[in-house]
Design a protein around this ligand. Structure first.
Ligand code: AMP
Ligand code: MG
Length: 315
């Protein structure tokens, strides 16, 4: 039964942040804004709290969660940082970069967080609200995107309500997410080499600027980040890419000169397009049209991450 009294949406001021932190310490779930997308947070050291995330999202239990920390010291209590990891953290944290590193045996994380892997995905986010929640709670927080598993990620509190509605109690609202696309995930191989498991706001060129060229050999070939699954971030309707105009019954998401029903960036700005991508997909999904068409987006810089998400939305 949908429960109209849930969730409570609070403007993310100091009082609301204190309420959220207390709720998290007590093992509850809270949706929190970050600079990438809204996350569904729970304390990462508690099996029951983490199980609540999987239940609310309908997420397959083989899909591990990103753990959010307030600073590098907290991260080093959970994972083994080699010199490369330290350089990346120094350059890009706080920010939209997730590092996959060897899990410390004494990390004390709930088993479901890493889905039994010997590695853990860590991020130190930049959003002031998420940072305040992390510091007030005094905990590492597991926080995947705050949407039903496989669906479009939320870039506003309204999107969280639409996707998870009665399944969670509390959402902190801080308006729209600035980056609008999930963090870049980089795996550092213990034997040397690195790979981008999921493209995002921090570009491959920026990582290569710190670490040198990416490992292209492709690791074991196994799927490590379900963000790599062919279909993910998907709206409930067919999606057609590289559209020049709307066919009958299509909701057109434009870019640059291709106007559309909504436009990711009339000036052709890729950062603006990334920030607006999920809101536009949500809008197309909620429209009265049968399907969604999207104009071609250049693949340079953050355009690589936009095209990655669009390909998965269209599969
Ligand atoms: P989301 O649920 O949108 O926050 O996405 C989290 C992403 O991080 C998923 O693609 C996970 O598969 C990935 N991830 C989390 N932990 C690990 C890990 N230990 N190794 C590889 N990928 C991971
Ligand atoms: Mg997600």
């Amino acid at each position: 039964m949908p429960d109209a009294s849930r969730p409570t949406v609070l403007d993310a001021g100091p009082d609301a942040i204190a309420v959220a932190a207390a709720r998290l310490r007590a093992g509850g779930l809270v949706a929190v804004p970050t600079e990438t997308v809204y996350g569904l947070a729970a304390r990462a050291d508690d099996d029951a709290a983490v199980a609540g995330i999987y239940r609310a999202k309908g997420r397959p239990s083989f899909n591990p969660l990103i753990v959010h920390v307030p600073d590098l010291a907290a991260a080093r209590a959970l994972a083994v940082f080699d010199e490369r990891a330290l350089r990346l953290a120094e350059r890009f944290w706080p920010g939209a970069l997730t590092l996959v590193l060897p899990l410390r045996p004494d990390a004390g994380l709930a088993g479901a967080v890493t889905a039994g892997l010997a590695t853990v995905a860590l991020r130190c986010p930049a959003h002031p609200v998420m940072r305040a929640v992390l510091m007030d709670a005094g905990l590492a927080l597991a926080a995947p995107s705050a949407n039903a598993s496989g669906a479009i990620s939320p870039t506003s509190a309204r999107h969280v309500v639409a996707s998870l509605g009665g399944r969670i109690d509390l959402i902190l609202d801080a308006g729209e997410c600035a980056a609008g696309i999930e963090s870049t995930i980089v795996a550092l191989r213990p034997e040397g080499g690195w790979q981008i498991l999921r493209p995002g706001p921090v570009t491959g060129a920026q990582i290569a600027g710190v670490l040198g060229e990416e490992e292209t050999r492709g690791g074991s070939g196994a799927i490590e980040a379900p963000g790599q699954l062919a279909s993910h971030y998907a709206p409930g309707k067919p999606v057609r890419l590289d559209a020049r105009r709307a066919e009958p019954g299509e909701f057109l998401i434009g870019f640059g000169d291709i106007g559309g029903d909504t436009n990711l960036s009339a000036s052709g700005d890729l950062a603006e397009a990334a920030a607006r991508l999920y809101a536009a997909l949500h809008e197309g999904d909620a429209s009265d049209r049968d399907s969604i068409a999207v104009a071609a987006i250049p693949g340079d810089g953050i355009g690589a991450a936009i095209n990655d998400r669009l390909r998965r939305a269209a599969t």
